[in-house]
Design a protein around this ligand. Structure first.
Ligand SMILES: [Zn+2]
Length: 341
C-alpha cells in the first residue's frame, strides 16, 4: 500500500495518541510477507472479502519503516506471522517470518501459520525451531467458507504439540456469529481445559466489531483467566469499554493487523454491522463521505488507538492501563521483562 504521513496524521498522533503511549510498544498481531508468498486469488474470492483487495505484502523492512513513521519516538516490538489466505505459500512465508524474527533489528517473535492437514510433527518442529506459537486460520480449511468448527482448522494433534511447547495460540474465531456463537465459546473453553499450558489469544476481541456481538460471548470467555484478547483491527470504543469492564485491562493486548490498517477512514457500527468508510478507490468503496470529511481521515490503526484511549477514559482508567495494553500484558505472555514503562 502506498501511503505517506499527512498533517492530519501527525496532529492526531502528537495531540491524541502519543501522550497515552508507553515508551515501548508491543504489537501482538501483525502480518509479514513478500508479494511472491501469495499466489493468484480468484476474483470471486476477492469479491467475498473486502480485505483481500486491500491486503498487500508487508516485508520486514517495510514494517520497520511503518512503525518508525507511525510511532516516531517509540520502540516497537512485535508478534508476527504470515498471510492467512489459502492462496498463500505457507511454508515459504513461514520461513521468511522465522528468519526475520531472528534479526535483532526486527524485535520480533514469530508465530507459525499452520495448515490443518499438516502432521503434528511439522508443528512441533516449527516450535522447536523458534516459533513462539501458532496462527491457524479458518480460511485454511480447503473449500471451507468460514462456517467451520475451530477443530476443523486447528486439529487436536496440533493443540497437543502446542501444549507441550507451552506456546501461544493466536485464534481467529470462525462462524458468522463470531464470539457470540455458543459453539465457538464452547470450543475455546474446551481448548483451555484440555491444553492448559497453551497461552491463548483471541484475535480482534473475538471479531466482536460491534457491541451486541461482544455482549453475547465475551463474558463467558472473560471469566477464564487464561484467555487474552487482542484488539487489532477493531475500531469500536464501545466494544473496548465493554472489554475493559468484563475482561479488565490486564488481558487485552494491542495489535495492529498491519498492513490492512494503513487504510484511511472511519468505521461506523450499526447494530451488528460495521460500515467501512475509506478514501481509497477500491471496487467496494461506493459509499463515500464528503470530501471535507475524507480530508480528515487518518489511518485505521490510529482510529483503533483513538477508540482504545476513549474507552480507557470512559472506564475511568489511566495511562497505566494503556501501558499494560500497549506493552506490558503482551510482554508478560511472552515471558519477557515488562520493563519500567
Ligand atoms: Zn490479522
Amino acid at each position: 500500500m502506498n501511503w505517506t504521513m499527512t498533517a492530519v496524521d501527525r496532529a492526531v498522533y502528537r495531540d491524541e495518541i502519543a501522550p497515552w503511549l508507553p515508551a515501548r510498544i508491543l504489537d501482538f498481531h501483525v502480518h509479514v510477507n513478500l508479494p511472491e508468498h501469495t499466489g493468484p486469488i480468484a476474483p470471486e474470492r476477492i469479491a467475498s472479502n473486502w480485505a483481500m483487495e486491500v491486503g498487500t505484502a508487508q516485508p520486514w523492512e517495510g514494517l520497520r519503516a511503518t512503525y518508525a513513521s507511525l510511532f516516531p519516538d517509540r520502540e516497537v516490538a512485535c508478534v508476527a506471522f504470515g498471510t492467512v489466505y489459502r492462496e498463500t505459500y505457507t511454508d515459504a512465508n513461514n520461513a521468511y517470518v522465522l528468519a526475520g524474527s531472528a534479526e535483532t533489528a526486527n524485535a520480533a517473535y514469530a508465530l507459525m501459520c499452520t495448515r490443518p492437514e499438516w502432521h503434528a510433527d511439522k508443528v512441533a518442529q516449527g516450535l522447536a525451531q523458534g516459533f513462539a506459537g501458532i496462527k491457524p486460520y479458518p480460511d485454511f480449511v480447503p473449500e471451507g467458507d468460514g462456517e467451520v468448527r475451530v477443530f476443523d482448522f486447528l486439529p487436536h494433534e496440533h493443540l497437543r504439540a502446542l501444549d507441550d511447547a507451552a506456546g501461544i495460540l493466536m485464534l481467529h474465531l470462525p462462524r458468522a456469529g463470531r464470539i457470540g456463537d455458543p459453539d465457538n465459546v464452547r470450543e475455546v473453553l474446551e481448548i483451555r481445559q484440555r491444553y492448559p499450558r497453551i497461552k491463548m489469544v483471541i484475535a480482534h476481541v473475538g471479531r466482536a466489531y460491534c457491541l451486541p456481538t461482544a455482549q453475547r460471548g465475551l463474558p463467558d470467555l472473560a471469566r477464564n483467566s487464561g484467555i487474552s484478547f487482542d484488539i487489532s483491527a477493531n475500531l469500536n470504543s464501545d466494544v473496548f469499554r465493554y472489554a475493559l469492564e468484563t475482561v479488565g485491562p490486564d488481558r487485552l493486548l494491542f495489535g495492529s493487523d498491519l498492513p490492512i490498517t494503513l487504510l484511511r477512514g472511519v468505521r461506523e457500527h450499526v447494530g451488528e454491522k460495521y460500515i467501512n468508510y475509506v478514501s481509497a478507490p477500491y471496487s467496494w468503496n461506493t459509499n463515500r463521505k464528503s470530501p471535507e470529511e475524507e480530508a480528515r481521515y487518518t489511518f485505521y490503526l490510529y482510529e483503533e488507538i483513538r477508540a482504545l484511549i476513549r474507552a480507557i477514559r470512559q472506564a475511568g482508567l489511566g495511562k497505566d492501563a494503556a501501558a499494560r495494553i500497549m506493552h506490558g500484558n503482551g510482554a508478560r505472555l511472552l515471558g519477557i521483562r515488562a520493563g519500567s514503562d
